[in-house]
Design a protein around this ligand. Sequence first.
Ligand SMILES: Cc1cc2nc3c(=O)[nH]c(=O)nc-3n(C[C@H](O)[C@H](O)[C@H](O)COP(=O)(O)OP(=O)(O)OC[C@H]3O[C@@H](n4cnc5c(N)ncnc54)[C@H](O)[C@@H]3O)c2cc1C
Length: 500
Amino acid sequence: MADYDAIVIGAGNGGLTSSCALAQTGLRVLLLERHNIPGGCGTSFCRGPFEFEVALHQLSGLGRPEKPGPLRMTFDSLGVTDDLEFVEAPDLYQVAMPDGFRLPLKTEIPQMIEAMQQKFPSEKEAIKDFFDLMGQFANDMMGAFIFRDPAPSREKYPALYTYALRDVESVLNERFKDPLLKAVFAAYWGYLGVPPCRLSFAYLAMLFFQYSEFKPFHVKGGSQAMSNAIFNKFLTYGGEARFSCGAKKIIVEKGEVKAVITEEGDEITTNYVVSNASQAYTYIHMIDPEHVPENVISEVKSRNVAVSAFTMFIGYDCEPEELGITESMNFLLSDTDFSAERVINNMWNVGIRDDFMAFSCYDIADPDFSPPGKCQTNTVTLKYGEPWLNIDPHKYHDAKFRCADEMLHRMEQIYPDLRKHIEEIEVATPLTFMRYLGHSGGSIYGYEQLIKDSMFFQPKRDSPIKGLYFAGGWAGDCGFEPTLNSGKAVAKSIARQLGK
Ligand SMILES: Cc1cc2nc3c(=O)[nH]c(=O)nc-3n(C[C@H](O)[C@H](O)[C@H](O)COP(=O)(O)OP(=O)(O)OC[C@H]3O[C@@H](n4cnc5c(N)ncnc54)[C@H](O)[C@@H]3O)c2cc1C
């Protein structure tokens, strides 16, 4: 008999929910994590009196208890909902520009429409029509995919068939005139890391649908509390884990998984492996090449590694109001140019000038998030890892400091008093994400979700190697909700195979 029924490699969202769901069915599961804490991106770290959230800005798909979304259903089925406290965010997002433009959006669609129509009265009808289109698109997606229509057609799902493979920029250009209005709608591109001209309209429509239908949430204690709750549940179901223990090799014989070798050199036998690492890393570095079918390598090579991030975590000696922060989620724009040329140049550039930024203050929705009388912000801009790898190591700290200063300068254009209230500050570059996640390029979104690799054409979660599965952002859409749900789905497939 094998040492374990299944071994899960990586304790990111996908690894945590897959290991928890597998252990819940009574299987003997071992979770291996290279870092010393569970969560992957879903972690926190402490500096002075602050516990900083690493990644989670807005949790999607949770829904209120009386109207649960897919993620709440996953948590319910794993038995972790009661171990967590969720805080609903009152606002969707605010777009803010240095010239004083502010547009805060609430989470109800009629309020969003009203706020946009007030700012852009000449495009009143177009705004209403666009929300109708996004609503229709989301309904079509539900009918065709969620309810798995066996005979979908253009007649039944016209919005889906017309817009699924259209890019965000062209749809916005077709519908609106004002570049600022287009920039307000396009802002969610930052959550996908793909410029609007390469991003499927499906993502924009589904983000607006998800956040208005199921509302954006935070977790009390941050995403680390969520990761810990899933991990603790895994232990109560009898699961075992090793931290600071990477998986080095997956042993395959005659096309079937046989064992995992850890970085410590232990060989542990199993017939099922769930990898939360990327397919590229798993197939190329962990499995001997003679066992990897060629078509798998070509499939992996056809995808691009997504962008990483430059992130600034700041703790302040005052409440958010004193800094002029009124919304929990903000997109800071320097102007309305979101062309591919601008966005891609910025992502490849070691420097922060007119970059698009996501700026969160968790204390708005949850006043207890930071110690009394204090607050914290998390500012992210998207950067590819490669230019950071090319920096002479002796000049890395200078580059990091310069970017941090430029980022602060941009934030001060919107919130002028920030700098004098800083108590703690920490910065993560793409190299930080490379080190902590072990992903190539420090990717925070798996493979790039270009239209050709969008939700309609995603890599399979299983593999031609019997017993090998994938969970997490490299095997589907990125983000907390999709990756948490992916682990549950993979566990279900394995449990079914094992007659559980
Ligand atoms: C700065 C930032 C902001 C974000 N904001 C949001 C947001 O607001 N909303 C949202 O929905 N999403 C957001 N995301 C994205 C989201 O966090 C990720 O998509 C998601 O957490 C990825 O989960 P995953 O399952 O793919 O695992 P990952 O988080 O990628 O974790 C993989 C784990 O596997 C481990 N591992 C890798 N290789 C090995 C090995 N060989 N052996 C053992 N362990 C290994 C790693 O150490 C890591 O713990 C953000 C991410 C970042 C970084």
